[in-house]
Design a protein around this ligand. Sequence first.
Ligand code: ADP
Ligand code: MG
Length: 140
Amino acid sequence: MATERTLSILKPDATRRNLTGKINAKFEAAGLRIVAQKRLQLSVAQAEAFYGVHRERGFFRDLVTFMVSGPVVVQVLEGEGAVAANREIMGATNPANAAPGTVRAEFAESIEANSVHGSDSAENAAVEIAFFFAGIEIVG
Ligand code: ADP
Ligand code: MG
């Protein structure tokens, strides 16, 4: 499998509980490299734009409110099949369904406050990385 990049976000529930190091350790233990990273406070407009695909979903307004409720850490992860590898490390969206040892099984508070975002395809990864990072900020 080819080396890929994926966009990861450590969500406000994770930064609030000071879990960024514990989550990053899981990425690194699984062989993913953090090749870009910054801490941000998203605006409502930015959160709405980032989650635009979910605009029609019933949980959209609550999701946006949650994502601006505190700082996030946005990052680019690089490695073999990074998109799928990161989804595996994250675990299922609903922590009740997340496999043991995954980030969401260990740390998520709820289906909404589920600690991490990860791109779901290589195509979306490219769009999501460009949303947050200039090329010069990504150092592989
Ligand atoms: P994932 O983050 O696993 O790719 P989705 O893309 O389907 O999941 O949803 C984006 C985010 O929206 C989830 O990570 C979670 O924070 C929130 N979310 C998804 N489904 C629900 C739901 N049924 N109720 C509340 N929040 C949800
Ligand atoms: Mg998703």
